[in-house]
Ligand binder design. Structure first.
Ligand code: PEP
Ligand code: MN
Length: 327
């Protein structure tokens, strides 16, 4: 829950006193306005108490912005982009290609959870800025990962959908914090999480009042070493049914190699996935992360044409996606 106050108004102090009295966890941000973000669940009694302070002092209550659902007319959600944002030039080339094929959700990591600390860790805040500026140029929306609560204000400023990565699915402090933000959350399944644990993790976000959640099956760790992970196809219809939430599949991280991505995309859609996420790079061999599983422009364009012909992919800017030549 977020409240914002005019910076000239000192009466927010009474509001803060109330939060202190109740030992509530909150964050205070002083910019052009004073923003108070309350973490965790705000029950009806507390809400009306806080609202009464707000009303009596004529403070400004920040309302959630009206958002367009990513699932308009039951269309599948297609998210694509590089594993990591590497530079302005890289993201511009990728976004230009994707938008010419009708893709509207641009993914890209700015804060990267890498297995080895010596690997590229992402561009951080600079990467977020590149993401939102590029997305704006091509009329796309940004999907990016939040790794830690300390990054929340920056990520909210630049992301349309906040991704919680597989490694953080069990981070209940982070999930609770996301319960109070006004952005949809893309919650990836932990690589060793049961379906129950994954659905329960979504409840931590829901409990804080944010019900805009998309689950993402991204493969689990099994005894099979030939693939990076094992995409749990059955988890797609099961988690959908158990949670009542949309479920998409990340084919790239499960496959680990680009040639296995198209069959996983087809299988996920056939199993009822509400969308698919794929890593795409203009030069996969030179990618700073996950190059082996990133699809080239040509291969991804070909996959989209096939999915369009089979009725799975219905982009809004159809003309561009059909007539532009694959790069
Ligand atoms: C990612 O999508 O960039 C990522 C790191 O995925 P996961 O959390 O599923 O490993
Ligand atoms: Mn990746």
């Amino acid at each position: 829950m977020i409240y914002s106050f005019e910076s000239t108004d000192a009466s927010y102090k009474e509001f803060i006193d109330e939060l202190h009295k109740r030992s509530l966890d909150y964050e205070l941000i002083k910019r052009d306005k004073i923003v108070v973000r309350i973490f965790g669940h705000v029950n009806d009694e507390l809400r009306s108490r806080l609202d009464s302070i707000v009303d009596s002092r004529k403070l400004v209550l920040k309302k959630s912005a009206e958002r367009e659902s990513p699932f308009i007319d039951g269309r599948k959600m297609f998210i694509a982009g590089p594993c990591s944002v590497e530079s302005e030039e890289q993201l511009d080339a990728i976004a230009r290609f994707l938008s010419s094929r009708g893709i509207t959700y641009l993914r890209g990591g700015a804060f990267k959870p890498r297995t080895q600390s010596s690997s590229f860790q992402g561009l951080g805040k600079a990467g977020l800025r590149i993401l939102s500026e590029t997305a704006r140029r091509y009329n796309m929306k940004v999907v990016t990962e939040l790794m830690d609560r300390s990054q929340l204000n920056d990520v909210i400023e630049h992301a349309d959908i906040i991704q919680v990565g597989s490694r953080n699915m069990f981070n209940y402090t982070l999930l609770t914090a996301l319960g109070s933000v006004d952005r949809p959350i893309l919650l990836k399944r932990g690589m060793a999480a049961t379906i129950d644990e994954w659905v329960y993790a979504a409840d931590y976000i829901r409990k804080g009042g944010n019900t805009d959640i998309i689950l993402c099956e991204r493969g689990i760790r099994t005894f099979e070493p030939r693939t990076r992970f094992t995409l749990d196809i059955l988890a797609i219809p099961l988690a959908r049914k158990m949670s009542g939430l949309p479920v998409i599949a990340d084919a790239s991280h499960a496959a680990g190699s680009r040639d296995l991505v198209p069959p996983l995309v087809r299988a996920s859609l056939a199993a009822g996935a509400d969308g698919v996420m794929v890593e795409v790079h203009q030069s996969p061999g030179e990618a700073l992360s996950d190059g082996a599983q990133s699809m080239s422009f040509g291969d991804y364009a070909e996959l989209l044409v096939e999915l369009h012909e089979s009725g799975w992919y219905q982009p809004t800017n159809l003309r561009a996606s059909q007539t532009a030549d694959p790069d």
